[in-house]
Design a protein around this ligand. Structure first.
Ligand code: SF4
Length: 203
């Protein structure tokens, strides 16, 4: 049986069940001892206490390819041109378990660019330019990549008008959040792909 190391753990948990959840999350076929988990190559991560796996994750294996927001992998695609890598995501990409995509760049937007937020069904820049068509076409192109690699789960940047999951900015550029999904996150969900945000990961 192929053994793979655990990569992802979650906050707020403890106890034996937690260790078993970690092993299941890592795609192993049956529970292994705490000792094995502690010896896994991602030792620092594996040592952390583990508990309830968020919805949708119990059956997911790290053997399936993930889609991740490219900015989380260290690609300079954020609207301000700055790099904001998440080491866990970088590791997933390095190990061949994730593909980075930036739907806004795939839609033809430049970097750096004027920030945009969703306002109703449109996406409007801080300057008042309607960029909805760029966001829509970028999301479609990124979805093509997700389908090509048979992606089951995506780990996306929180609050982004493209990648945000569950909460996005309200369109006033005041920092206020409302319930909602980014354009790309929404289209992934509509196509049966699980989405979580980087803020749900512990690393
Ligand atoms: S669209 Fe997504 S991947 Fe691209 S910069 Fe924004 S959050 Fe990152």
């Amino acid at each position: 049986m192929k053994r793979e190391s655990p990569h992802i753990v979650y906050r707020r948990h403890s106890g034996e069940q937690g260790w078993q959840n970690l092993v299941q999350c890592a795609g192993l076929e049956k529970p292994f001892s705490k000792r094995f988990v502690k010896k896994a190559s991602h030792e620092k991560v594996a040592r952390k206490p583990v508990g309830a796996i968020p919805w949708g994750f119990k059956s997911l294996s790290l053997r399936s390819m993930k889609i991740v927001s490219a900015c989380l992998a260290g690609v300079k695609c954020h609207w301000d041109g700055k790099v904001k890598p998440n080491q866990l995501i970088v590791n997933l990409v390095k190990e061949g378990n994730a593909i980075p995509v930036c739907p806004e760049q795939l839609g033809g937007l430049p970097t750096p660019r004027v920030p945009a937020e969703q306002k109703g069904k449109r996406v409007i820049t801080r300057d008042g330019v309607d960029v909805t068509s760029f966001f829509d076409s970028g999301a479609q192109e990124a979805l093509k990549i997700a389908n090509l690699v048979k992606c089951e789960v995506a780990i996306l940047k929180a609050r982004s008008p493209s990648c945000g999951h569950g909460k996005i900015y309200d369109g006033t550029f005041s920092g206020k959040l409302i319930k909602g999904d980014g354009v790309f996150a929404k289209i992934l969900k509509q196509n049966g792909i699980k989405v979580i945000s980087d803020e749900e990961l512990d690393y």
